[in-house]
Design a protein around this ligand. Structure first.
Ligand SMILES: Cc1cc2nc3c(=O)[nH]c(=O)nc-3n(C[C@H](O)[C@H](O)[C@H](O)COP(=O)(O)O)c2cc1C
Ligand SMILES: CCCCC(=O)C(=O)O
Length: 383
């Protein structure tokens, strides 16, 4: 992939060099890096490259409709912004810029518990659905207050990240002694869990020290009851790759799953998300929607994930690239490119509607993906 030197980026990946040019080196490596050898970062992309499409023909594609519903709310495309800590690292307006961009496309934004703007301020600017991502904090009282505040501010769902009992070994962060500049904070945590963040130490990441101190690795299935009893919002589990875990989560009545390996930032060697998706979809058997994130960089990636059974996909790093390159307009452009490319891919694959994205569209992978077990969002289909 080569970068354009003039004009507006024509692909999402062309935003990466523009972002890099504007970011401090250590921040760039924090965004881009994965755990260990980064084999899972690469695997996410390789899986999308490997699976190919068998287009249908003669199917009248004069109108291709990317619109859908995500957790019951209308969206202009089956897309959302994955939770990422501290958007202010990418641009001054932080998460405010992100929700405004996503709102224009009417797609959900998952705001991180480590957001750099208050939930109330984010909600004030949001024109699309906003969900809140949670880490399982040792301090359950803080967690409870966070949930209450997000509910009061009008957030629509909770996303509990389950792949992070501790942070993965992010070697790039350690090498660059990554830490937050003093003006960037986590205002939703009342200063209660922000120790270490700003302390530079060679050979270690401040974020990793911070996570180790505040994230409770004892999180287990029985804790889901605690969360359920404290919220009326839908609960989404993020970071599921195993069919057995997916089946158990569906048995327990979670409202959705995100097949994710945290963008390759947690267990190095974890499966690519597109490879894990079919087994998860099969195990869930239509009991809740299944989403995917990790390595989505273009419209054909979205098409492949949906054909393999995802209800929608979430995008991580590319949104930060857009924010870093051009603030709100950049994030909006990244999401718009993705939606436009999906529409284009649907036309050329002979699929005028998202319903027509079925496993038989996928070439070699067709045998491995689930039969039509995708989730039905119609009132009759929802529990
Ligand atoms: C800089 C950065 C920060 C992230 N912070 C969080 C976080 O706070 N909580 C979380 O659940 N996932 C976090 N993630 C993971 C993303 O939600 C998502 O799983 C991943 O980025 C998707 O892969 P992609 O970047 O290839 O699209 C982060 C990812 C990045 C790149
Ligand atoms: C303690 C913040 C962790 C952010 C995160 O999840 C990531 O960088 O991947």
């Amino acid at each position: 992939m080569t970068a354009t030197t003039v004009g507006r980026p024509l692909t999402i990946e062309e935003y990466a060099p523009l972002a890099r040019a504007r970011l401090p080196e250590a921040t760039w490596h924090y965004f881009e890096g994965g755990a260990g050898t980064e084999s899972t970062v690469e695997a996410n992309r390789a899986a999308f490259r490997r699976v190919r499409i068998r287009p249908r023909v003669l199917s009248d594609v004069s109108h291709c409709d990317t619109s859908t519903t995500i957790l019951g709310e209308p969206a202009s495309a089956p897309l959302g912004v994955a939770p990422m800590a501290y958007h202010e690292l990418a641009c001054e307006e932080g998460e405010v810029a992100t929700v405004r961009a996503a709102g224009e496309l009417r797609v959900p934004t998952v705001v991180g518990i480590f957001a750099s703007r208050s939930f109330e301020r984010i909600a004030e600017h949001a024109t699309g659905p906003v969900w809140l991502q949670l880490y399982w904090l040792h301090r359950r009282g803080v967690l409870e207050r966070v949930v209450r505040r997000a509910e009061d501010a009008g957030f629509r769902a909770l996303v509990l990240t389950v792949d992070t009992p501790r942070l993965g070994r992010r070697l790039r962060e350690a090498r660059h002694g990554f830490h937050l500049p003093p003006h960037i904070t986590a205002p939703n945590l009342d200063g209660e869990v922000t120790g270490f963040l700003h302390e530079h130490e060679d050979g270690s990441s401040a974020l990793s020290r911070h996570a180790d101190a505040f994230i409770d690795p004892s999180l287990n299935w029985s804790d889901l009851d605690w969360l359920r009893s404290r919220t009326r919002l839908p609960i989404v589990l993020k970071g599921v790759l195993s069919a057995a875990d997916a089946a158990r989560a569906a048995d327990l009545g979670v409202d959705a799953l995100i097949v994710s390996n945290h963008g390759g930032r947690q267990l190095d060697g974890a499966s690519a998300t597109l490879d894990a998706l079919p087994d998860v979809v099969r195990a869930v058997a239509g009991r809740c929607p299944v989403f995917l994130d990790g390595g989505v960089r273009g419209g054909t990636d979205v098409l492949k994930a949906l054909a393999a059974g995802a209800r929608a996909v979430f995008v991580g790093r590319p949104v930060l690239w857009g924010l870093a390159a051009a603030g709100e307009a950049g994030a909006r452009d990244v999401l718009t490119l993705l939606r436009d490319e999906l529409e284009d891919a649907m036309a050329l694959a002979g699929c005028p509607s998202l319903d027509s994205l079925t496993p038989d569209l996928l070439d070699r992978g067709a045998a491995a993906v689930a039969p039509a077990a995708s989730y039905d969002e119609s009132p009759e289909g929802r529990r």
